[in-house]
Write a protein that binds this ligand. Structure first.
Ligand code: UDP
Length: 380
């Protein structure tokens, strides 16, 4: 089966990191079309997989909160992109769209006899998309997608709630390879702790894109009730959300805790940094579609605290494999950190159970088998 993957971004977001694992481990004959360049292209070429860069033009101006007018403005560029993709896609059996914009363009470009898979990695809710874009996406999904692969029950449910056909939607969780976590040496962790001036400090880690709904500000604010605790904030504003990033810096200054908050930017040594942290906090105030960082923290053997919503509820059992707190509650978050800090045995039990669950449920093999089965059924 010849599969053309399609993704709108060249940045390394969670969806792109997951697609790298899919492509690396898949036995299908694969190539990929990207609508913009970036480090994702280099990572794909290193696999290696052929990458085709298409020009997004003014389609880039159609944002998640878009209404009809901005879509019409982007119309000519959209048609151009559609014909570039249709031309490229002609020799493939399957178009596999990895993002919403990629799916919409693929739905327009696809031949009638071609399989179209939409890997839905976003919540189709008001927190994330305008009503207009949700209607368009679900209409196109019902009409054109052969199958919709949702990355959690939460995203599948959001598709159905938005009017999506339930019979098309299956859940396939992200699978994450434990090997990079197992390969980290204690001496490497100690060296980075020392370089950051964190020896003998209690460290909370916050990993992910810097964006207002991931709510890194809640973690920063929680430090006011956690004296002697340091935070490493790992990630970058990948999709132009630099205003929020600046707000976080200003918040740290206004609270006078510059010495306890370490902004590390975008990093590729996530397993090491997760092992360095005493606790990993996931503070999203809007429901997370899946939450790769939660599974990664579990694989690192570090206890996790997450907000009680979205994909986190499918990954973490409260008090068993992590702790759940109310989204946006600074007070609950600092209380949860205090509990883990004061009870290392309990923290260790959570981490051990978390690691077991992560390896049992979120394996790369299970993900690849499920995707392969969706493609084979569609191809039959
Ligand atoms: N990540 C990374 N470097 C960073 C911050 C995050 O490689 O500096 C990775 C992180 O390890 C995870 C992904 O980005 O694999 C984020 O995925 P998640 O599902 O948590 O969130 P998304 O970005 O998809 O909303």
């Amino acid at each position: 089966m010849k599969v053309l993957y399609v993704d709108q971004t060249g940045q390394l977001g969670g969806g792109e990191l997951s697609l790298l694992d899919v492509i690396k481990n898949s036995t299908e004959d694969s190539e990929i079309a990207l609508f913009s360049d970036g480090p994702f292209r280099q990572a794909l070429e290193a696999i290696p997989v052929p990458v085709h860069l298409l020009s997004l033009g003014r389609v880039s101006e159609i944002r998640r909160e878009a209404r009809l007018l901005s879509v019409l403005r982007g119309g000519p560029a959209l048609l151009k992109l559609r014909s570039q993709l249709a031309q490229l896609a002609a020799r493939f059996d399957v178009l596999y769209a990895n993002s919403q914009k990629a799916f919409l363009v693929s739905a327009l470009a696809r031949r009638r006899d071609q399989i179209l898979v939409w890997h839905l990695r976003d919540m189709l809710t008001a927190d994330h998309f305008s009503p207009f874009l949700r209607r368009v996406a679900v209409f196109a999904g019902n009409l054109s997608a052969t199958a919709v692969i949702a990355n959690s029950e939460a995203t599948r449910e959001s598709f159905i709630q938005a009017g999506g056909n339930p019979t098309k939607a299956v859940v396939v969780y992200n699978g994450i390879d434990p090997a990079p976590f197992d390969g980290v040496q204690e001496s490497e962790v100690e060296a980075v702790r020392k370089a950051l001036g964190l020896q003998d400090k209690y460290v909370v880690g916050c990993f992910g894109r810097i964006t207002s709904w991931k709510a890194q500000h809640v973690v920063i604010e929680s430090l006011m009730a956690l004296p002697d605790t340091h935070a490493i904030i790992v990630g970058e504003a990948l999709f132009g959300e630099t205003a929020y990033s600046e707000k976080l810096q200003a918040l740290v200054h206004s609270l006078g805790i510059q010495d306890r908050v370490h902004f590390l930017g975008f990093r590729r040594d996530i397993p090491l940094l997760m092992k360095l942290a005493d606790v990993v906090i996931h503070s999203s105030t809007a429901p997370e579609p899946f939450g790769r960082v939660l599974v990664e923290a579990m694989l690192a053997g570090t206890p996790v605290i997450a907000t009680r919503a979205g994909g986190a509820l499918e990954i973490i059992g409260d008090g068993e494999t992590g702790l759940l707190v109310t989204p946006g509650s600074v007070q609950e978050l600092s209380a949860a950190v205090t509990k883990l800090k004061n009870d290392p045995e309990f923290a260790c039990r959570l981490a051990l159970a978390g690691r077991q669950r992560a390896t049992a449920v979120f394996s790369v093999n299970a993900m690849i088998e499920s995707i392969h089965s969706v493609l084979s059924t569609a191809h039959a």
